[in-house]
Ligand binder design. Structure first.
Ligand code: NAP
Length: 476
């Protein structure tokens, strides 16, 4: 590969554990879709790309974020694997950028560095009672059932009948669906065995998905709502009054929003057809959106040790359409529940003080992926845009970053004059610091064992749950 320009990618996406408690071995920023996508477009033969990842395993959000019952979404792994196996692409798992190696050191070793480590932080509700037992962030809950090593101690208490999910985005719907799905459906997925066993024992029968605005403003998409409506053994239970005036507004809505709203309206108001009525009568579980409600306090049990309910402020809307704002009416309402899952979004964190960071927006300030005031530094994924959009959105945003970089190479804006030794320099540093990376073939060993273990119980894979086990296998 002599003579190739070396380009460094730090590609990582999302941790589920508060960073203050993170140590190297339970760290979990993961190399995800934004990173792999940044590697793909119009591959240039004169560029080598090395990918650094905090965990020993790649694929980030696709492995640890996408719901286990959405296997079709995970098919992008096949494309990412082709990228990972490309002779000009190096993978260095088990390397924690900002701790094991600094961004400055990477910049000295490579002509360009792309930061793509996602949104590992959690938007906090900032309300009293948030720290009570029985309150979890969706980020941790999703990490728990998806096998993220740093979330395996969560062991959520599912002994209550009612769960409240705060927020109405797709993550909230993923969580609600997993809580209510029949075990027979889940046991064919790559959900962890520990989560499967906990869900088997779960007493949760009712999930309320609470949003501060109305039906026309929900953040989730029609596919996810349809999955809830069609969920075997569960019936929708909404408040018809939440839909006052919604039918009249339908005609002015853009098409995707209209389809979504019609579906919710049907589930909330229309009497089910005979066949559906039969299904509904048999359903032992229920779910429903609750609109115009903002969380104000998690209510403690009598002994003050755990969650007994949630106090919600009742809102009205100011303005119309998707931009309408929730305004407090002064009324409050208490809902009894033993489980509260906060799903109000993620935020990116600063991993290295040398990187420009906009703490207000929680992104790296950039123009089309070029980090402002930092030549040779680029960003992609949620770190670039904030935590929004599906996999295709993230892929496009990463292609844009790759295009910006190539443009800068061609225009001379990116300094390519110095000879840079890339991974050679970084692996020397790592060796001195006693850090042993995991290569892509190391990950493939883990992959083979996981799929074999899963195959024996009819699952696509049984994920390893500790970094230690992953390392042991990868280094064998
Ligand atoms: P999201 O789509 O941004 O939804 C966040 C939700 O939290 C919204 O309902 C928002 O309400 C609410 N919220 C925010 N701040 C709040 C506050 N202070 N008080 C009360 N409610 C608050 O975020 P997400 O669900 O975490 O998903 C992130 C991205 O990943 C989205 O683009 C999503 O589509 C994508 N994703 C896709 C899939 C899939 O395709 N199946 C699965 C998971 C995630 P407002 O609207 O009022 O702000």
């Amino acid at each position: 590969m002599a003579g190739y320009k070396r380009l460094f990618y730090r590609v990582a996406l999302w941790t589920w554990r508060r960073s203050s408690r993170m140590s190297r071995n339970d760290s979990s920023a993961v190399f995800g879709e934004a990173g792999f996508s940044s590697c793909r477009p119009k591959a240039r033969q004169d560029v080598e790309v090395d990918i650094y990842e905090r965990l020993p395993v790649p694929f980030g959000l696709v492995r640890f974020g996408v719901a286990p019952d959405h296997p079709e979404v995970k098919n992008v792994i096949n494309t990412f694997t082709q990228t990972g196996k490309n002779a000009r692409c190096g993978f260095y798992g088990n390397v924690n950028i900002g701790k094991d190696v600094s961004v400055k050191e990477l910049q000295q070793a490579y002509h360009a560095v792309i930061l793509s480590y996602g949104a590992e932080g959690n938007r906090s509700m900032g309300i009293p009672g948030e720290d009570l037992a029985g309150v979890y962030s969706a980020k941790d809950f999703v990490g728990w059932y998806n096998g993220l090593p740093s979330c395996q101690q969560l062991s959520p208490d599912l002994s209550c009948e009612t769960a409240v999910v705060l927020g109405q985005g797709n993550v909230a719907l993923d969580v609600a669906r997993i809580l209510l799905s029949p075990i027979d459906m889940l046991k064919k997925t790559d959900i962890t065995q520990a989560a499967l066993e906990a869900l088997m024992e779960s007493q949760v029968r009712r999930v309320l998905i609470v949003g501060r605005r109305g039906p026309i403003q929900v953040a989730c998409t029609v596919k996810e709502v349809r999955e809830m409506v069609n969920l075997p053994g569960a019936k929708p239970q909404m408040l018809p009054t939440d839909f006052d005036g919604v039918r009249e507004a339908l005609k002015d809505l853009p098409r995707p929003r209209k389809r979504l709203t019609e579906l919710m309206l049907k589930a909330a108001i229309e009497l089910p057809a005979e066949k559906e009525q039969e299904k509904s009568n048999k359903a032992s579980r229920s779910w429903g959106f609750r609109f115009f409600r903002s969380p104000v306090q998690v209510l403690p049990s009598d002994d003050g040790t755990r969650t007994a309910g949630i106090r919600l402020a009742v809102n009205k809307l100011e303005g119309s359409g998707e931009a309408a704002r929730a305004v407090l009416t002064g009324e409050v309402e208490d809902v009894t529940c033993g489980l509260v899952i906060s799903s109000i979004g993620y935020k990116s964190l600063l991993i290295d003080p040398s990187v420009p960071f906009d703490s207000q927006k929680a992104i790296v300030p950039n123009l089309m992926g070029r980090v402002q005031q930092a030549a040779g530094l680029y960003c992609s994924g949620w770190l670039k845009t904030g935590p929004t959009g599906v996999i295709a959105t993230t892929m496009n945003n990463s292609f844009e970053t790759a295009r910006s970089l190539i443009e800068d190479m061609d225009s001379g804006k990116l300094d390519l004059s110095a000879d840079k030794s890339g991974a050679q320099k970084i692996t020397n540093l790592l060796e001195k610091r006693e850090i042993k990376p995991v290569t892509f073939s190391g990950w493939e060993k883990i992959d083979r064992v996981e799929t074999t273990r899963g195959g024996s119980t009819g699952k696509p894979r049984e994920k390893m749950l500790t970094v230690e086990e992953m390392l042991q296998l990868a280094w064998m």
